[in-house]
Write a protein that binds this ligand. Structure first.
Ligand code: FEO
Length: 164
């Protein structure tokens, strides 16, 4: 059985993951419309991963006999600026998600919900990896600035991202 508090927090996290997915899909469309197909592809893979994260939380909640309650998804912006600004936005967002996951872990500890603590281990590791890969991309984008050839090279590289 799951406590009310854990149930509410997991439902909030499902909303956060779906919000992330929604925003990354919007960013992907934005990049593609600017002819950056590689960055668009990278963000589309990210969108799929976030949808997968939401499903993991839904499955955990259902397996524990909890009740899944969907909430409103925010409308993402339609403009995201330069490619550097797009990925700075992704990095800031992922850092926020990491804080949510850590907060969720704190709640699981306080509620003595060991199963949820174990379940969250995967997400804690995943956030470390996600932040590292986005931070690397941001660093490279800072290095190349708006130099056309180098930016197109990074776009091509981003287009090789495989589905997680
Ligand atoms: Fe589901 Fe990127 O955090």
């Amino acid at each position: 059985m799951i406590t009310q508090k854990i149930q509410e927090t997991l439902n909030a996290q499902i909303q956060a993951e779906l919000n992330s997915a929604h925003m990354y899909l919007a960013m992907s469309a934005y990049c593609e419309s600017r002819t950056f197909k590689g960055f668009g592809h990278w963000l589309r893979v990210q969108f799929q991963e976030e949808t997968g994260h939401a499903e993991k939380f839904i499955n955990h909640l259902l397996t524990r006999g909890g009740h899944v309650v969907f909430r409103r998804i925010d409308a993402p912006p339609s403009e995201f600026g330069t490619m550097l600004q797009v990925f700075e936005h992704v990095l800031a967002h992922e850092r926020e998600v990491t804080q949510f996951v850590h907060g969720l872990h704190d709640v699981a500890l306080a509620e003595k919900d060991v199963a949820t603590q174990v379940f969250l281990q995967w997400f804690i590791t995943e956030q470390v990896e996600e932040e590292a890969s986005v931070a690397e991309l941001v660093e490279k984008l800072r290095m190349v600035g708006d130099k056309g050839g180098a930016l197109l090279y990074l776009d091509k590289e981003a287009g090789k991202r495989e589905k997680g």
